[in-house]
Design a protein around this ligand. Structure first.
Ligand code: BV8
Ligand code: ZN
Length: 274
């Protein structure tokens, strides 16, 4: 075990990075970074916990993100997703996304598994991301699943939001829907199987910015713990994962992850190790 330089004193809002975490990351053969909406919060993307604003303020996200809501009022739901797509296009990856991408270049076998439907991990430089709940830049026909490519940025949705009729499928004419997983829908089989396989391989399971309330995704940290992974949580608030995590780093991802990256970069390498 190499002697580590003294850890910097934690600033009030920044928890100290435990040396044992740095050691486990350096030696891990499998590192999963499991993210939720909190990792995109500092990019200005509203999380699911935050109330939905404007036209949709009388709904909550879980009510709008369902097949029934779309079938009942396609313009209301499509308008909400176009408003979110515009916010994502206007956003930029934050220091947390960038730290994850750098960790993935620095350490072997790092896989990002995200519940988010934005592409901020990819835009930060993570080439392959496992999207458990689909992606907002993908769309398909609600009836025949024919893929739909957005012609350009979303129609200019006013701040308070507005209905927007979804485009018609150019193969069968049915409405086009967002390429995300709605409540009550199954997760993409390949993404779920890949995430579950990773969760059973031990190593380090880093969960960042999720309330861990939505299943089956919320099972993954528990599966990882049962398979001997060191489970580390990054979140400014308590979550149900407090009971599962071996280490909880309480703070925003945009501050904690760069500090974690710096601790890994500062770790002296034993002779002959990369
Ligand atoms: C399924 C895509 C079954 C869409 C999402 C009744 C009927 C059917 C199913 C169910 C049912 N009852 C329960 C279920 C299961 C249901 C479920 O779990 N419901 C919950 C509400 C109890 N799950 C499903 O329906 C799933 N499918 O079960 O299928 C089935 C089986 C066979 C055959 C057919 C069907 C599908 C769930 C997927 C739903 N889609 N997203 C879209 O984006 O619009 S879920 C969505 O919410 C997210 O993707 C995420 O997964 C989830 C929670 O969001 P989080 O990412 O955790 O964000 P949240 O806002 O909650 O928390 C943010 C966190 O960040 C907070 O902790 C905060 O403190 C922290 N934070 C804030 N700032 C920062 C920060 N952290 C770090 N840094 C910061 N700066
Ligand atoms: Zn169609």
């Amino acid at each position: 075990m190499s002697a580590l330089p003294p850890q910097p004193f934690a600033t009030p809002e920044l928890p100290a990075i435990p040396a044992r975490l740095v050691e486990r990351l350096a030696d891990a053969g499998n590192i999963v970074v499991f993210t939720g909406a909190g990792v995109s919060a500092e990019s200005g993307i509203a999380t699911f916990r935050q109330p939905v604003t404007g036209l949709w303020s009388r709904y909550n996200a879980a009510m709008l993100a369902t097949p029934a809501a779309f079938d009942a009022d396609p313009g209301l739901v499509w308008g909400w997703y176009e408003w979110r797509r515009a916010a994502i296009l206007a956003a930029a990856p934050n220091a947390g996304h960038r730290a994850i991408a750098t960790l993935a270049r620095l350490l072997p076998r790092v896989t990002v598994v995200t519940q988010n439907v934005d592409d901020l991990h990819e835009r930060a430089g993570n080439p392959s991301v496992v999207h458990l709940h689909g992606r907002l830049d993908a769309a398909r026909c609600r009836r025949c699943a024919h893929p739909f490519t957005h012609a350009g940025p979303p129609l200019d949705i006013p701040e308070g939001g507005d209905r927007r009729d979804p485009p018609a499928c150019d193969r069968c004419g049915a409405p086009v829907r967002p390429g995300v997983v709605w409540f009550g829908e199954s997760l993409p089989g390949d993404a779920w199987e890949h995430a579950m396989a990773l969760a059973t391989q031990g190593g380090v399971f880093l969960t960042v910015g999720t309330s861990a309330l939505v299943y089956p995704a919320a099972e993954l940290p528990q599966v990882a713990a049962r398979h001997g992974a060191l489970v580390v949580q990054v979140n400014p608030e308590p979550t149900p994962l407090d009971a599962v995590a071996d280490i909880s780093l309480q703070g925003p991802a945009g501050l904690v992850l760069p500090a974690l990256l710096e601790a890994v970069q500062r770790r002296p390498r034993p002779a002959g190790r990369r």
